[in-house]
Design a protein around this ligand. Structure first.
Ligand code: CP3
Length: 354
């Protein structure tokens, strides 16, 4: 029995879409496709809309968010929209001093490293992110039957930015806290789980048809450390939104060894990067969950015939799955040719129709 029940309200409009059916592991008219980071610098219309407006400020303007979220849906004919925002938006909304530096990523003015620092992580209320509710209202009206995916950063990935103070290759300070002061670490992740759950609830109540929890950097951990130090907080987030009946997607990069444990955290759909074929990923995740993925984004730089051959490999590996949402194994890269992405959507639809 699927945990995803028939919902009420806005989500009923999108209930019969291919994307929602695939998430529920029901038969689909074609394999649904969307791309992580489908809105962004690969699109000239995005660059134009964002001209002169800093990233975080653009996330707080409902009309601009609506326009940018719709751009890839119009252009690529993808099966779902993903809300235009960033994983650090809820942290900014509760008053943390942070910014997104072009070409770098999120940078935090005062890293969170001590118990006293935890006091800065207050609860998030819907008023803190009024612009999300407003933009989602505009978006769901425009999108009609096309589902809108809401998202948040998972506790580990958010903690990594907060503890390091910015992007990190080795997560030194993060792991120092995790191994050196497990109670402080657990309390930090628990705080972040509450903030994240509150943020996802705002999005679902504003009309998101599905939510994705990005644990982009959790592949840096061993399975034992993941289960002990991260899974409880991620599970808390998934549990908090379980009652809404919307599909919950969980994704991370380099998580081949963690796929089973990430599924256990409570997701309905597990995102897979390109390093593990989907049939093998299905064995690791176990029954009862759909999979999302997993074309290597760099394949898009090859000629169309090579892209099609690699897309065929993904579809062949997914052939025995109960539910498959086609996606890249990580986000769209800014230098990608948008036409290659549009062609890929059409190709997957055509190959899987009927
Ligand atoms: O289209 C979509 O997928 C929705 C938009 C989206 C953004 N960030 C917009 C964005 C989503 C889902 C995210 C999530 C996000 N942000 C993640 C998880 C997904 C992943 O890629 O693993 C992470 C780790 C971040 C943190 C972050 N924010 C990074 C690493 C960067 C890139 C920095 C850079 O300039 O290269 C950002 C900035 C960011 N977020 C941009 C966009 C479109 C680029 C900013 C710009 O256009 O100037």
């Amino acid at each position: 029995m699927s945990a995803i029940d028939r919902p009420s309200g806005q989500q009923t409009k999108t209930y019969e879409s291919a994307f929602m059916k695939a998430c529920r592991r029901e038969p689909v008219p074609h394999t649904p496709v969307w791309f992580m980071r489908q809105a962004g610098r690969s699109l000239p219309e995005y660059l134009k809309a964002r001209e002169g407006i800093p990233m975080l400020e653009s996330c707080m303007r409902p009309e601009l968010v609506t326009e940018i979220t719709l751009q890839p849906v119009r252009r690529h004919k993808v099966d779902a929209a993903i809300y235009f925002s960033d994983i650090v938006v809820p942290l900014k909304a509760i008053g943390l001093d942070l910014d997104i530096k072009p070409g770098v990523g999120p940078v935090v003015a005062e890293p969170v490293r001590t118990r006293a620092d935890l006091a800065r992580l207050r609860d998030l209320t819907p008023d803190d992110v009024w612009y999300v509710t407003e933009a989602m209202g505009l978006l769901t009206a425009e999108l009609g039957q096309t589902p809108l995916i809401g998202f948040a950063g998972a506790p580990f990935t958010l903690a990594s930015y907060l503890v390091e103070g910015g992007p990190s290759r080795n997560h030194e300070h993060t792991k120092a806290m995790m191994y050196g002061d497990p109670q402080l670490w657990a309390d930090l992740l628990d705080r972040l789980a509450d903030i994240t759950a509150a943020f996802l609830k705002v999005q679902i109540e504003a009309g998101a048809s599905a939510v994705q929890l990005f644990d982009s950097w959790v592949g840096a951990l061993s399975p034992a450390d993941y289960r002990r130090s991260v899974q409880p907080a991620s599970a808390k987030v998934f549990d908090a939104v379980a009652g809404y009946g919307v599909p919950r997607i969980h994704f991370g990069v380099g998580t081949g060894e963690l796929l089973g444990a990430m599924g256990e955290a409570g997701a309905d759909v597990v995102g897979v990067d390109w390093r593990v074929p989907l049939d093998e990923a299905a064995r690791r995740v176990g029954p009862g969950k759909a999979l999302q993925g997993n074309l290597d984004p760099a394949v898009l730089f090859a000629p169309p015939s090579a892209v099609e051959a690699k897309a065929d490999e993904v579809l062949a590996a997914a052939a025995g799955l109960e539910g498959h949402v086609f996606n890249l194994g990580h986000g769209v890269l800014p230098s990608m040719d948008p036409d290659a992405l549009s062609r890929l959507v059409a190709y997957v639809h055509e190959r899987t129709a009927g």
